[in-house]
Design a protein around this ligand. Structure first.
Ligand code: ADP
Ligand code: MG
Length: 386
């Protein structure tokens, strides 16, 4: 926090009016289901993005980040799809979306600092949006951090910012996690209606931890692949005569797939989405029953479905999952959009050093970049820091 205040003073030569924070997330299960109106189950991370901010009277937005780059400067009325260029559009988009929705929001100076790894599939983009949204809500007296329903409003405006101004066609999971999670819980988010249930997520009692493996892998054109998967899901829904793949009940999966036998691409995409939504339900049930071994099996089943049917994994993610399982993890899977980013593993605490060692050895053998590890605990959502 002091870093972000220092950055603010150095760049803008004044004191910020406050500092706000918003977390990154890992999704436990429910991948590529959000834009199919499905279910997802993320936790917010202790890793956060901080925004130190101060109001300006002239309708200008100025942004700086400790992650580097020049100061971004844009007039609020100039914010548009792709404007400003660069990372600043994630932040500017939030102010644009608030104004579009009729909230009275003026100019700001904002300094950003973050402990969320950027581009690691841990949602640094929504953390950035959430921190800016929290600052704007408090500084302009909008009261949008008050409760879960106002936070839901703020989350959907952040999603709009990312979709329209940052031009990234993502679903609503990341922003909901960043703004609506509470400490000690995962959120079961129903993307059809935005409804959230708080699901206790407690591993210590079971002698387990959630290990996050940041593969450091980035694959070119992963954005294009994301768009292609999304389009395939929309095509399948149209062909099946449903509004979204959420409307295909798991109990009808067999007969639905029968209708898609002529189209192997749509067949496998639908198989993943419909079974993945069911795995989210099963995971919640297993968590509530304290059956953590079952949760592990569901994680692994999710990974295989993403790898073989949805085809969004990559060698680095597969290697992390395989090595974790061989070294005694109860389950493991890629998390986030795929083609790089991070994997998670449900691991007995005493086996963590062995699992990390096995992954490092496998990566070295295969000539991959050295991955990073941390243990994830479920933290709370966006708030004022100081
Ligand atoms: P993820 O959300 O998984 O980390 P994205 O590609 O969705 O990956 O978002 C990463 C982008 O968000 C970065 O390329 C940058 O434009 C922006 N961003 C996120 N955090 C910061 C930060 N602290 N400072 C500047 N830009 C950031
Ligand atoms: Mg993102």
């Amino acid at each position: 926090m002091s870093t972000v205040t220092d950055q603010f003073r150095t760049v803008f030569g004044e004191e910020p009016e406050g500092v706000w924070e918003s977390p990154g997330r890992v999704n436990l299960i429910g991948e590529h289901t959000d834009y199919n109106n499905g279910l997802v189950l993320p936790i917010a991370l202790p890793q956060r993005t901080y925004a130190a901010a101060r109001r300006r009277a002239d309708g200008m937005l100025r942004l700086t980040s400790t992650a580097g780059g020049d100061v971004v400067e844009v007039a609020l009325h100039d914010i548009a799809p792709g404007v400003p260029e660069s990372w600043g559009r994630y932040a500017a988009g939030v102010l644009w979306a608030l104004r579009e929705a009729g909230y009275l929001v003026g100019g700001l100076d904002i300094a950003i600092d973050s402990t969320v790894p950027i581009g690691a599939g841990l949602s640094s983009s929504a953390a950035l949006e959430g921190a800016v949204a929290a600052a704007a809500s408090d500084l302009f007296g909008l009261g949008l951090l008050a409760d879960d329903s106002t936070r839901a409003t703020l989350a959907s405006l952040c999603q709009k910012a990312e979709n329209v101004i940052a031009e990234a066609p993502t679903g609503g999971m990341d922003q909901a996690a960043s703004l609506r999670c509470t400490e000690g819980h995962a959120i079961l988010l129903d993307c059809r209606n935005g409804h959230v249930s708080q699901i206790p997520f407690e591993l210590t009692r079971h002698g387990l931890v959630l290990l996050v493996i940041d593969t450091k892998a980035e694959h070119a054109n992963s954005d294009g692949q994301y768009g292609k998967r999304r389009a395939a899901c929309e095509r399948a829904a149209a062909l099946l005569g449903v509004a979204s793949l959420r409307d295909v009940p798991y109990s009808h999966l067999g007969q639905t797939l029968h209708k898609l036998e002529h189209d192997p691409e749509l067949f496998t995409r639908v198989q993943h989405v419909v079974s993945e939504i069911q795995r989210v339900r099963d995971t919640v049930e297993a968590l509530e029953a304290g059956e953590l071994a079952e949760v592990g099996l569901l994680f692994t089943a999710s990974h295989l479905s993403l790898r073989d049917d949805f085809e969004v994994s990559c060698e680095e993610l597969d290697a992390a999952v395989d090595a974790a399982l061989e070294a005694g993890a109860l389950g493991a899977r890629m998390t986030g959009g795929g083609f790089g980013g991070s994997a998670i593993a449900l691991v007995p605490e005493r086996l963590v050093p062995g699992v990390e060692k096995a992954i490092l050895a496998s990566y070295e053998r295969k000539g991959f970049r050295k991955p990073a590890f941390f243990l994830a605990t479920p933290a709370g959502g966006a708030r004022r820091t100081e």
